[in-house]
Unconditional design. Structure first.
Length: 394
């Protein structure tokens, strides 16, 4: 079966590269993926899949029924949206949309999902149960998975698989990770309220900017001494808004940031911990405050059994020397985690790095590129994992 899957994927390679380049040339932002969705639906329909459009607003579902000998339903999720980045590559198929680019590899994800569906559609008699392909919008704004789930995309799903490109892994190889793959990502807003005054007489005012700077410094210092260093927390303030004139002491400052963590218990304690620190600094300086902590997507926690299945399939397909067991998680986030509230799952890293280049630009870089030979690696890995899933016991 592995040989059949490899042969099918190899024959499809020129078409898959064509698909990927089309998607790359015509990127669409989160929640606006209507043309990409129509293109995806057309490819799925032409390969005999049952297609649902406008799932999760601009998402698409393609389903292979299998032979119905097994009651389980396996989902495969890929995402379709691009980023608000002006592309600065010299590719002949570079983005034609001003200020929009597939700088996170979602064009590759979509292509790998389509390629997997195309391969499996030619061997559906070998699939005892259903395979549901989820082509998700709006991953970059961490909303698309919730939209898909709300439209019942995970109904009756027994498990789910996902893929994400990784430029630090060379093309032809993959990475698997047991347990935590990505971090929970939460949003933080802190408002400091002081009293305005003349810049020449600071003692007659309560300087919200000065107090805000103390809040930032104290939070960063406190992380190193009050949080378990084996359970990392990253708190980054990315935006500061406040003040009206150079000679007027600001009476209000807004701090906006992100908080990343890996462990659920740590994450649950963070809102109270942050508020206590903000309160202590503001109380000491006579200021008022407001803390708004908004929970975002949770950490991706890969299921052990499914990750083992992925690793086994990849090692059979490519050899153990091309399969890395990743020693540490990423503090980036992924809304693939939302699906894991509904079924166990595992996401693997698809190597897309060029072996002959000194520098492979990171994700979200305007010069990000991928080695397109990785597409076949992703398709074979996913398709063979799907096949092996049906060989596993309930």
């Amino acid at each position: 079966m592995l040989t059949q899957i490899k042969d099918l994927a190899t024959k499809l390679a020129p078409r898959l590269i064509e698909i990927r380049r089309h998607i790359h040339t015509h990127p669409e932002l989160s929640g606006q993926e209507s043309q990409t969705a129509a293109f995806v639906a057309g490819v799925l329909s032409s390969n005999g899949l049952y297609v649902q459009e406008r799932v999760g607003k601009t998402g698409v579902i393609g389903e292979l029924p299998g032979t119905n000998k097994d009651s389980r339903l396996l989902a495969v999720r890929t995402d379709m949206d691009a980023l608000p980045i002006q592309e600065r590559t010299s590719l002949e198929y570079a983005s034609r949309a001003k200020g929009i680019m597939h700088a996170c590899g979602h064009d590759v994800h979509t292509t790998v999902g389509l390629g997997t569906a195309m391969v499996l559609s030619q061997m559906s008699e070998e699939l005892p149960g259903k395979v549901r392909f989820l082509f998700q919008p709006a991953e970059e704004i961490a909303q698309g998975a919730n939209w898909m789930v709300a439209d019942r995309a995970m109904e009756n799903a027994s498990a789910i698989l996902g893929v994400h490109v990784f430029p630090s892994i060379p093309a032809g190889s993959i990475g698997v990770r047991y347990g935590a793959l990505t971090a929970a990502a939460d949003e933080l807003e802190i408002i400091i309220v002081g009293e305005s005054g003349h810049g020449a007489r600071p003692h007659q005012a309560i300087d919200a900017i000065w107090i805000a700077s103390q809040v930032i410094t104290t939070l960063q210092q406190a992380i190193s001494r009050t949080q378990n260093p084996l359970r990392p927390v990253v708190l980054s303030i990315g935006q500061i808004n406040g003040g009206r004139a150079p000679n007027v002491i600001a009476d209000r400052v807004q701090l906006l940031g992100t908080v990343r963590s890996l462990h659920p218990e740590t994450r649950n304690n963070l809102p109270d911990w942050i508020e206590k620190i903000v309160a202590s600094v503001c109380d000491a300086n006579g200021a008022k405050y407001e803390v708004n902590y908004r929970r975002g997507v949770p950490s991706v926690q890969n299921d052990y059994t499914l990750t083992q299945l992925l690793q086994s399939a990849a090692e059979e397909a490519w050899g153990s020397d091309r399969v890395q067991v990743l020693p540490e998680p990423s503090l980036g986030s992924e809304d693939f985690s939302v699906y894991l509230d509904h079924a166990p799952g595992s996401m693997f890293r698809l190597g897309v790095g060029f072996k002959d280049r000194a520098i492979n630009h990171p994700l979200h870089h305007p010069q990000f590129e991928v080695d397109e030979s990785s597409i076949v690696t992703g398709v074979v890995t996913l398709a063979y994992t799907v096949y092996k899933y049906w060989q596993s016991s309930d």
